[in-house]
Design a protein around this ligand. Structure first.
Ligand code: G6P
Length: 368
């Protein structure tokens, strides 16, 4: 039953549509009557938290991109340095890990071999392991000291969607929990952010409801062989995930660039008509990303902008604009990825690709 498409043409589309529920379940089932986060599966005490001097986030693929957002949340709220690493690199680099290190392992399936091997490596060096996973009783869940389950429900499509948004929500919750416990955030701000996260569920639904606009964007770029995603700050992380989605399901070669870095080489790739999707959700970086869009536009790019409602300034530079509902920049990553998932999905469908089982890919990679 849970594995049926429930009337959707593909699992990927069904799972994109399940995100509002995934966000609500992950968050609200873990709030107590007074609105505080209770992390029932996590036994980290205040003393243990005080002892942590560094956090590593280790994961592969989409989970790695969620980790990049996680770094932002933890550093901002908890004020502990965080490094994010690809699991297959982490282990062989012999990273500096000791018993004051918290290693956060992120894996939808809980079975990715590189990620599991990284977990074992860190554990052997004395780190405390906290995993964020979607599968109860998975290998990664079993071998971790603490587990935080994303309550996304089973994810069948190879391209991960709802696992990603719920992983981001999980990171925010863990960061808020740690920050409050350590007295690094006041209760008012803590409550305000929780209320904002609650609202993201309905906002994701509003994006899904505007799907027909995303079909138009997909039609405009589907015939191209190359394309680019640009972003700054949290939007750069979204650009990376958007680019991965596009490659995975539609086979268009895309790259994500930190928009400010473009001028140091990559801008040479822009030709007449090259699609460039610019993500402009971060209020403090808005002018900067708009000016980067102008740079690529002046070199012939076909610019698609993803911006917050009301920031109509982008219309002057972009060929097409998709507006997400107004949101605190801090939490925008939960929203900005959704139009990118849908654009990638529609391009794949329009091109006749095998959306749920793209060539050469596996849902869970249990080999090195
Ligand atoms: C595979 C999947 C990706 C996924 C990655 C990590 O490559 O195709 O969608 O992001 O593994 O999977 P995990 O289950 O560890 O999150």
């Amino acid at each position: 039953e849970a594995a049926s498409k429930a009337g959707y043409e593909h699992f990927m589309l069904k799972e994109i549509h399940e995100q509002p529920k995934g966000i609500t379940d992950t968050l609200e089932k873990r709030l107590d009557e007074k609105g505080f986060i209770k992390l029932d599966d996590i036994r980290l005490t205040k003393e243990q938290l005080e002892d942590i001097s560094k956090v590593y986030v280790v994961a592969c693929g989409t989970a790695y991109h969620a980790g990049l957002v996680g770094r932002y949340a933890i550093e901002k709220f908890v004020k502990i340095p965080v490094e994010v690493e690809i699991a297959s690199e982490f282990r062989y680099r012999d990273p500096f890990v000791d018993d004051k290190t918290l290693v956060i392992i992120v894996s939808q399936s809980g079975e990715t071999l590189d990620t599991l091997a990284a977990l074992r490596h860190a554990k052997k060096k004395g780190a405390r392991i906290l995993s964020i996973t979607n599968v109860v009783g998975s290998s990664i869940a079993r071998e971790s000291d603490d587990v935080f389950y994303t309550w996304a429900g089973p994810e069948i499509a190879v391209a991960s969607t709802k696992a990603y948004t719920t992983q981001i929500v999980s990171f925010y919750m863990i960061a808020l929990y740690m920050a409050l416990k350590l007295g690094r955030m006041d209760e008012k701000e803590y409550k305000r952010i929780i209320e904002e996260i609650k609202l993201t569920s309905g906002k994701v639904q509003q994006i899904i409801d505007q799907d027909s606009k995303l079909v138009e964007i997909a039609k405009a770029i589907m015939d191209r062989q190359h394309g680019f995603f640009l972003g700054r700050g949290l939007d750069y992380n979204t650009a990376m995930e958007g680019s991965l989605k596009m490659k995975e399901v539609s086979y268009i070669h895309t790259e994500a660039f930190a928009a400010g870095e473009l001028k140091h080489g990559s801008i040479a790739l822009i030709e007449e008509g090259t699609p460039v999707i610019g993500i402009a959700s971060q209020e403090n970086l808005f002018e900067k990303i708009v000016s980067n869009m102008k740079e690529v536009k002046a070199r012939g790019a076909f610019v698609v902008a993803i911006a917050q409602e009301g920031n109509t300034e982008v219309e002057k530079v972009a060929d097409m604009v998709f507006y997400i509902p107004k949101v605190d920049s801090l939490l925008a990553s939960i929203l900005t990825v959704v139009p990118l998932q849908l654009i990638a999905y529609h391009v794949a469908v329009l091109k006749g690709c095998d959306v749920d089982k793209p060539r050469n890919l596996a849902k869970s990679v249990t080999v090195e």
